[in-house]
Design a protein around this ligand. Sequence first.
Ligand SMILES: Cc1cc2nc3c(=O)[nH]c(=O)nc-3n(C[C@H](O)[C@H](O)[C@H](O)COP(=O)(O)O)c2cc1C
Length: 234
Amino acid sequence: MKKKVLILYYSFSSQTRNILNHIGEGMIEAGVEVHWEQLRLLEPRRFPIGSYFGTFKAMATTFFRKRVAINNIDPEHRCEWDLVILGGPTWSFQPSGPILSLIDREKNRFLAGKKILPVISCRAYYAWHFRTLKKMLSKSLIHHQPIVFMHTIKEPWCTLGLFLKLAGKMPESGKNWFSRYYPKYGHTRQQLENAYLLGVIIGQTMLAGQNIDTLDFSVPVSLDPANLIRKNCG
Ligand SMILES: Cc1cc2nc3c(=O)[nH]c(=O)nc-3n(C[C@H](O)[C@H](O)[C@H](O)COP(=O)(O)O)c2cc1C
């Protein structure tokens, strides 16, 4: 039987988008019909933020779950789906402002009663983010675990590198001593390949008529993706 999935997401620095493109491609490979929609901001924001002050300010305001205004979702997507994948980054331990706005607006309308699988892209911390999603989406059938992709660089370089990157300082640039400890911002090629495999597994599970609740997403995908794939492949 045909299965239809909507991938609805926000991405500031393309990390969630890259992950979701790969998950979606994997699902298509398995035979699922996939549609993507990226939330658009009413006032577009530039990445990187470009200054230390702007970065501090963004982190402080997002901590208090400041909403960021978004456009309406595409009317063509307001239909029934077998699954809605809701993806976005963690901002100061919380879902990002555009995702909070989406949920405020749609939790009793489009998202109500939908089966929702959250996908989170973050540096390292997602627990609070997921807790907020579960609370806000109480009228939806939210999956009991999110799929989480974390940045893979060791601390303290990961946190420092993220801050410098947001402030527009190019910490991964080869001309910089810091780049020895911080060669890349965001997710690795290996993580993207695992996202694709995960998409194949989710797609195959849906097409086999099985509930995706049987899949185990408990390992953050950056830590041991091989383990995750092994578990789900049986
Ligand atoms: C304002 C701001 C605050 C952030 N706060 C957190 C945080 O509290 N915890 C975390 O793990 N990552 C945090 N991050 C990092 C992002 O979650 C991470 O870079 C993610 O991969 C970005 O995904 P995107 O490119 O799809 O927006 C923050 C990023 C921004 C811009």
